[in-house]
Design a protein around this ligand. Structure first.
Ligand SMILES: CC(C)(COP(=O)(O)OP(=O)(O)OC[C@H]1O[C@@H](n2cnc3c(N)ncnc32)[C@H](O)[C@@H]1OP(=O)(O)O)[C@@H](O)C(=O)NCCC(=O)NCCS
Length: 186
């Protein structure tokens, strides 16, 4: 069953886009290939993923700094129970197709939920010295192409409200806000 495209609620929590509807890029068009992450590459990725997820949860106001690393590790390792070989979880290293340089990573699953098949992006990461050059867009497009091949009719992810860069990237790719989680400090 095809999922209807969801239109513009205001808010930042979950965004969905029908696969294959990415908008055009204004910068140099980058192409990446997604190579399965190797067991050798995994530990360094895991360390960065745990740290950056903890930092983002603190910055979003969801977790106190003193518990963030522990909670982040628990959540991440609770999902990736067999590390890089966890069934159903795709961990990729993105490389520029022309230079073969490593430019980022993508963690994605394809799942059946609510009668639909969707790809859920747990983590997108562009190497800090490669940001702003079009690789985030290229990685998300490569992930969407794989998702479509595997039968997904939509991409979904969460983005924190403070992360304007990621939010702009997803919006420019055509993602729409599907749900919104709000907070008022008291
Ligand atoms: C967010 C992130 C993935 C973006 O990747 P990137 O390679 O820098 O993004 P791109 O160069 O492909 O830019 C694509 C779009 O992102 C937005 N963008 C890029 N740089 C931006 C900036 N400095 N400020 C605001 N928006 C920006 C723009 O909409 C841009 O579209 P354009 O090419 O039409 O201008 C990258 O900054 C990153 O890895 N950040 C840390 C981890 C993270 O936040 N991951 C996302 C978790 S939800």
């Amino acid at each position: 069953m095809k999922r209807p495209v969801q239109r513009g609620l205001q808010g930042l929590r979950v965004l969905r886009v029908r696969s294959g509807t990415a908008a055009g890029a204004a910068k140099p068009v980058r192409s990446v290939r997604l190579d399965p992450m190797t067991p050798d590459e995994y530990p360094a990725w895991e360390e960065i993923a745990v740290r950056s997820y903890a930092e983002s949860q603190v910055r979003a106001g969801n977790w106190a700094p003193e518990v963030a690393i522990e909670l982040s590790a628990k959540e991440l390792l609770g999902l990736l129970t067999e590390g890089v070989s966890t069934p159903g979880h795709n961990l990729w290293v993105a490389r520029d197709v022309e230079t073969a340089a490593r430019v980022g990573t993508l963690w994605m699953i394809v799942r059946s939920q609510g009668g639909y098949t969707e790809a859920y992006v747990y983590d997108l990461w562009v190497e800090s010295d490669q940001r702003g050059a079009g690789y985030g867009r290229a990685i998300m497009e490569a992930g969407a192409a794989v998702a479509k091949e595997r039968g997904a009719d939509a991409m979904a992810l969460n983005v924190h409200g403070y992360n304007h860069r990621a939010y702009s990237l997803y919006r420019s790719l055509g993602y729409q806000v599907a749900n919104s989680h709000m907070r008022l400090p008291l």
